[in-house]
Design a protein around this ligand. Structure first.
Ligand code: NA7
Length: 541
């Protein structure tokens, strides 16, 4: 029978992306009956929804993949250095088939509510299809960048042309041939989509509010020899990844950028630019993210690159970020982004000088009175990051307190995993964990494995409940804030701090201490018998 209130399951996992599918695999190994609810028409999460032109991972494919199965590592063959969205989705499908995961995934079903039954120590989980399931454990694997932001542009409903969101791109073929297209937003999604849309469109107008720092991907097909070379040492490479600071393997820098002279710095930055790695420039010196002067040397290097690529000096200047230090918002990895502005049919509109007044039936009107006539508008306007997907669910914990009430001034939890008063409810890639500051493929495995070990511990010891201790949670919040305060991140208005969403509390939302340190802290907690958590057994179990 389908799981229902009468047929309880052991665990509900919310979301069938990379995190949720791996969590299902692990819980199954423990012998838990598990159901995964997925809102989409198919599995894949982020890589299902973000199928916009040019969508591609900005972590190398050989690193951005599951590490838990040596056999999977050997059999899967990536075709490019940076995998495109369709290839990553094919990989996710392959994994789901290989580990027979689909049979426990219920598609087209959004979890709308989860309420804790304090007497029976179970969660009652409801969906938009009218199902209710009870489960002892709930894992929110609902994504750190999965709730698209409402762009809040007036008049959007009146436009008579086509409207697209990069984060909700249709599955059907979209053709821009012969069309006048607008892209609003120049974050990583816009930066990837713009050059590809420009290939097709008759005219492309980019509406930019804040320019991004975009670095060249130098994407290319992978050579058979380099794949074979890595596969020969994949176990060792995976171990190094797990122990690394951000989920990718590199030799950490040892010197301050300010200790090097101009020529030396330039050479280091040129090499990093040529490396095609998202964090290449960050890895040159120790203090790029902690010292404004050091950071400015990199920021100015990127601006000099923009000036050397973009032929019109005024456009180059508009594309040059000046309002925030390099990498305090996520840098973008691109293919041909800046050079696209040299094409005669591509126009850049600076929303700082001429903001959008309204969208009209025919196009977009800016404050200078100009109406940009359009056939299609693409919103690449970002997400309600890190907390959006958890707060989208009506979660009711102990004493009838909702997660929305509890997090009204910002998220609170212990280890980024469990929030006090919401027992047995775990989050993968949620707030106050390293998530978005790392290679999330490595981060999600670490958290899924910690959660799985924790549940195994509870069951082995006849325990039914784990909750965060309020004092430990307060300490964790202070620790995360303190780690962030050592960096340039928290002072910058970005989606890392919630500043992109009107009314969202301003809190630096990620753990900036590194995945290696985070892993040690999580492991130490588990080893000590879950210090900072309250574990209990109940007779009703
Ligand atoms: P981002 O990085 O949040 O970028 C959103 C962009 O859209 C950014 O340039 C915003 O400008 C712009 N934006 C947002 N709202 C508006 C309105 N109303 N008007 C004009 N411009 C607007 O999202 P992405 O999807 O590009 O990238 C998200 C992450 O996904 C990425 O870092 C990868 O990790 C994967 P603003 O900066 O707010 O001035």
């Amino acid at each position: 029978a389908a799981p229902s209130a009468a047929h309880p399951v052991d665990a509900v996992v919310v979301g069938a992306g990379l995190s949720g599918l791996y969590q299902l695999h692990r819980l199954r190994e423990l012998g838990l009956t598990t159901v995964v609810f997925e809102a989409g028409d198919d599995i894949g999460g982020t890589w299902y929804w973000n199928r916009y032109p040019g969508a591609r991972c900005d972590v190398e494919s050989l690193s951005y993949s599951y590490s838990f199965s040596p056999e999977l590592d050997q059999e899967w063959e990536w075709s490019e250095r940076y995998a495109s969205q369709p290839e990553i989705l094919r990989y996710i499908h392959h994994v789901a088939d290989r580990f027979d995961l689909r049979r426990d995934v219920t598609l087209r079903t959004r979890v709308t509510r989860a309420a804790y039954d304090e007497d029976r120590h179970v969660w009652r989980v409801s969906t938009d299809t009218g199902r209710t399931v009870t489960a002892r454990f709930v894992v929110l694997a609902s994504g750190c960048m999965s709730v698209p932001k409402d762009p809040g542009v007036p008049g959007a409903g009146s436009f008579t042309g086509a409207v697209y969101y990069t984060a909700r791109w249709p599955r059907e073929e979209v053709s821009f041939t012969g069309k006048r297209v607008a892209v609003i937003g120049t974050g990583c999604s816009g930066v990837q989509a713009i050059p590809v849309i420009a290939e097709e469109a008759a005219a492309l107008t980019v509406f930019q509010r804040t320019p991004a720092y975009a670095l060249p991907a130098h994407n290319r097909p992978l050579r058979g020899t380099e794949i074979a070379e890595l596969k020969a040492r994949y176990p060792e490479f995976r171990r190094a990844q797990r122990l690394s600071r951000g989920g990718t393997v590199f030799e950490p820098p040892t010197r301050s950028a300010l200790e090097a002279d101009e020529a030396e710095r330039r050479a280091a930055y040129e090499a990093a630019w040529g490396s095609g790695l998202l964090s290449g420039l960050l890895r040159t010196y120790t203090d790029i993210l902690t010292d404004e002067k050091a950071n400015e040397t990199v920021a100015e290097f990127v601006r000099s690159k923009i000036r050397s690529i973009v032929t019109d000096p005024a456009t180059a200047e508009l594309l040059s970020p000046r309002t925030f230090p390099f990498a305090t918002k996520r840098p973008c990895l691109d293919t041909g982004y800046y050079a696209t502005y040299n094409r005669p049919h591509v126009t850049l509109v600076d929303l700082r000088t001429t903001p959008i007044e309204t969208i009209t039936p025919r196009g977009i009107r800016t404050s200078d009175g100009r109406e940009h006539a359009l056939d299609a508008i693409v919103f690449a306007t970002g997400f309600d990051a890190l907390t959006g997907s958890q707060l989208a669910v009506d979660i009711v914990g102990k004493g009838g307190v909702t997660l929305r009430e509890k997090w009204a001034d910002g998220p609170r939890n212990h280890l980024g995993l469990v929030s006090a008063g919401f027992p047995n409810l775990f989050t993968v890639l949620g707030p106050l964990s390293p998530s978005v500051l790392t290679n999330i493929a490595v981060s999600l495995e670490q958290q899924v494995e910690w959660i799985t070990d924790c549940i195994a511990h509870l069951r082995r010891n006849g325990l039914t409940e784990i909750d965060a201790a309020p004092a430990a949670e307060a300490d964790w919040g202070a620790h995360v804030a303190e780690l962030a305060a050592r960096t340039l991140y928290p002072a910058v208005a970005s989606w890392y701090t919630g500043a992109n969403i009107p009314g969202k509390p301003l809190v630096f939302l990620a753990y900036a201490g590194g995945l290696d340190r985070y892993r040690e802290e999580c492991d130490a907690v588990a080893r000590s018998g879950y210090t900072g958590f309250i574990l209990s057994a109940t007779s009703s179990s």
